[in-house]
Design a protein around this ligand. Sequence first.
Ligand code: SF4
Length: 88
Amino acid sequence: MNNRGFDKGIKRDFSRSPLLTFWEVTRACDLVCVHCRAEAQPDRDPGELTTQEGIELIDSILGFGDPLPILVLTGGDPLKREDRKSVV
Ligand code: SF4
């Protein structure tokens, strides 16, 4: 049995923790589509979380406990972050 909350019988208290969490790790994306919901731009935004801030964000998500929320890393293009291996 996993702890993803999709299995029958696993009760999740949504007043205590979410099922899904999303971190838009960067607004940078080389395609810069005009329809982009993330309002992507060619380079990273200086206001993006640092590596340490990102790790602290992930630690705070761990604080929700079991069953853990699913963390989706999105953007922009997450591959534009030089620290992606550290974050993952
Ligand atoms: S993140 Fe997706 S929608 Fe946005 S610019 Fe890049 S490819 Fe286009």
